[in-house]
Design a protein around this ligand. Structure first.
Ligand code: DAH
Length: 357
């Protein structure tokens, strides 16, 4: 019996899979197993012998069965551990293997602009993209007969015949936000208003929807000098080039007096545009001192307050900063373009952390 015990315990210990264990069970304690056959021999024994051998055989059978069960459990545990090892997943890893979306350059540049002006004390104001023609034109000193209305290629909202409400337009510029902001908050104020604007125009350098950022600073003694300083600070920070020069050219806008178009310094060499050097100039925005009639329309007393305003194309300066050649591609939603020119979602522009990649 000791031989049997030794043999089977050793075989069970050495078994490496469940199938082998089952074979051993049949061999040892199955109907025709070695131990079962020994039990059959009990009948031929004398009662004294049987009294000793019977319980011993039963105990051996129990021991083998217990060893089989324990080994089976151990094999199952080992198999589970093996599986856990290969299927292990570190949920704290960043999602790098995933296809990530990107932040559109316009969104990124809007964040950059906001960060720079915030540093100079400007907050962000917003207005509706569908506005009345009063906010978009009249309040900005562009009366009905003014040629600027025709020049703007305005999208007018449809009105049912007999509808007497004020005509609504898709705003043609962000300037109406000046009026809305001053109406609500009065003076002094210092805001930028980035957003979408619309004009019925489409070619290589024009899309029917594009982006502007409006600037407005009203106080008791704000001058063109403050405007020039703010813009030079902005362009130096935005293009990350110290001391970018600006050139102010006399111009005309109905909502400013005097008015100026502003160019930034640049050079053209071998078809390469470089900002902030050389003796070329690139037009980037319109600006001026807010017209007294505009202040009046917004409920601000022009005898007490004055200030500057400017309007700049966001798409244009994005193209200049990031070397994007075609305006229309901004709005094509081409995934390859977005992956190439887009920004990582965690790449949040700040002045201390850097404004570009
Ligand atoms: N609203 C003008 C445009 O869309 C841009 C502009 C010019 C805005 C002069 C201003 C400004 O605030 O002072 O063309």
């Amino acid at each position: 019996m000791d031989d049997l015990r030794g043999k089977y315990l050793e075989l069970i210990a050495g078994a490496s899979e469940e199938g082998a264990l089952e074979d051993l069970r049949v061999q040892a304690v199955g109907k025709k197993g070695e131990i079962s056959l020994k039990m059959r021999e009990l009948g031929k024994m004398s009662p004294e012998e049987r009294q000793v051998a019977g319980p011993a055989l039963n105990a051996l059978k129990d021991e083998i069965n217990a060893a089989l069960a324990a080994k089976k459990a151990a094999l199952a545990d080992a198999a589970l551990n093996e599986r856990l090892k290969t299927e292990w997943l570190d949920v704290t890893l960043p999602t790098r293997p995933m296809r990530q979306g990107t932040i559109h350059p316009i969104s990124q540049v809007t964040e950059e602009i906001t960060a720079i002006f915030a540093e100079m004390g400007f907050t962000v104001a917003e207005g509706p993209q569908i506005d009345t023609d009063w906010y978009n034109f009249d309040a900005l000193n562009i009366p009905g007969h003014h040629p600027a209305r025709a020049e703007m290629d305005t999208f007018y909202m449809h009105r049912a015949e007999g509808d007497e409400r004020a005509p609504h337009v898709l705003r043609t510029h962000t300037s109406p936000v000046q009026i809305r902001h001053m109406e609500k908050n009065g003076a002094p104020c210092r805001v930028i208003a980035p957003g979408r604007v619309y004009r019925a125009d489409y070619d290589q350098t024009h899309t029917p929807m594009f982006h502007q950022v409006e600037g407005l600073a009203i106080d008791r003694d704000i001058s063109m000098a403050n405007l020039k300083w703010v813009l030079e600070e902005f362009f130096s920070a935005f293009f990350e080039i110290d001391g970018i020069k600006t050139r102010f050219r006399a111009s005309h806008f109905p909502f400013t007096e005097p008015s100026a178009e502003v160019d930034i310094q640049c050079s053209w060499e071998d078809g390469q545009l470089k900002i902030g050097e050389g003796d070329g100039w690139l037009e980037v925005l319109g600006s001026g001192m807010v017209h007294p009639k505009v202040l009046q329309a917004a409920g601000v007393n022009p005898d007490e307050w004055q200030g500057f305003a400017f309007g700049m194309g966001i798409d244009r300066i994005s193209m200049l900063k990031y070397g994007i050649p075609d305006l229309r591609a901004f709005f094509d939603s081409d995934l390859r373009w977005l992956r190439h020119y887009g920004f990582a979602s965690l790449d949040v522009p700040t002045l201390h952390g850097g404004l570009s990649r």
